[in-house]
Design a protein around this ligand. Structure first.
Ligand SMILES: NC(=O)c1ccc[n+]([C@@H]2O[C@H](COP(=O)([O-])OP(=O)(O)OC[C@H]3O[C@@H](n4cnc5c(N)ncnc54)[C@H](O)[C@@H]3O)[C@@H](O)[C@H]2O)c1
Length: 251
């Protein structure tokens, strides 16, 4: 049987690389797409060395539809197929909504929401053409449901992403392509380490996350792998919270 191919955006580091690692361990071939081209190529090389799967690193700014189309063409030319798309690339500027510039607000929307629209529409067209179904995973956030003054742009983009996922799930379900969200809780990555490595937030994790630790990129990767498994074929249009029980805790 031919090996599956997963394309993961923003996978040069962090959660995206964790997802790439978990899918590669199942034998899936990987396309690491990231706006940082050299980092994408370096991470693809590392992944191939660590897991033994073939991995391709491609430069792509997902805000630019022309770049997305080119990236998908290159992935299909190289591997002949795309079975799984993971919309992972995202930004979180952490600026109070009253201080935020219009440019910054639009940028967050462009990366977190519009980028996933371009990638899903164009990758799904390839999946439909091949006629063997597929899986699309959207990396959302707990900010789909809760927010703060510093996350107005981020939460709006992620809540929008959650609903975008549902619309694609309805449109693509009849073609055998399922779409689901994974909402990570507190995960230690370059995006968040400035916060979680301070003593007070570290203590917060101990008391407010029932499993007693901060999440890892591979905690999210394992959830994505679960949703991409054959056993998950009937799961469509839902969001899975992966937060160690954090959101279950009452203030
Ligand atoms: N870390 C957390 O606690 C956490 C929690 C909830 C959700 N998330 C979400 O998980 C995803 C990954 O987060 P992370 O913590 O690994 O972030 P990160 O900043 O460590 O990595 C993000 C990657 O995306 C790439 N990227 C950014 N903009 C891009 C663009 N326009 N086109 C292509 N690539 C781009 C970056 O170059 C980087 O490699 C994001 O969508 C984020 O919102 C993270």
């Amino acid at each position: 049987m031919q090996k599956k191919v997963a394309l993961i955006t923003g996978a040069a580091r962090g959660i995206g690389y964790g997802i790439a690692t978990c899918l590669a361990r199942q034998g899936t071939q990987i396309v690491i797409a990231d706006m940082n081209g050299p980092a994408a190529r370096k991470s693809a090389k590392q992944l191939a060395a660590d897991t033994g799967v073939e991995a391709l690193g491609l430069a792509c700014d997902i805000c630019d539809r022309t770049q997305v189309a080119k990236m998908i063409r290159k992935a299909v030319k190289h591997f002949g197929r795309i079975d799984i798309l993971v919309n992972n690339a995202g930004i979180c500027p952490f600026v109070d909504i009253m201080e935020m510039s219009e440019e910054m607000f639009k940028k967050t929307m462009d990366v977190n929401l519009n980028g996933a629209f371009h990638c899903t529409q164009l990758a799904a067209k390839e999946m439909i053409k091949r006629g063997q179904g597929g899986r699309v995973i959207f990396i959302t956030s707990l900010a789909v449901n809760v927010t703060s003054a510093q996350q107005g742009d981020y939460a709006a983009s992620k809540a929008g992403l959650h609903m975008l996922m549902k619309s694609f799930a309805i449109s693509l379900g009849p073609k055998g392509i399922t779409c689901n969200g994974v909402a990570p809780g507190m995960i230690l990555t370059d995006m968040t380490k400035f916060h979680w490595e301070k003593p007070e937030p570290a203590a917060f994790i101990k008391t407010r996350v029932p499993v007693g630790r901060i999440g890892t990129p591979e905690d999210i990767g394992n959830a994505v792998a679960l949703l991409c498994s054959p056993e998950a074929a009937y799961i469509n249009g839902v969001g899975l919270i992966v937060d160690g029980g954090h959101q279950a805790v009452c203030a």
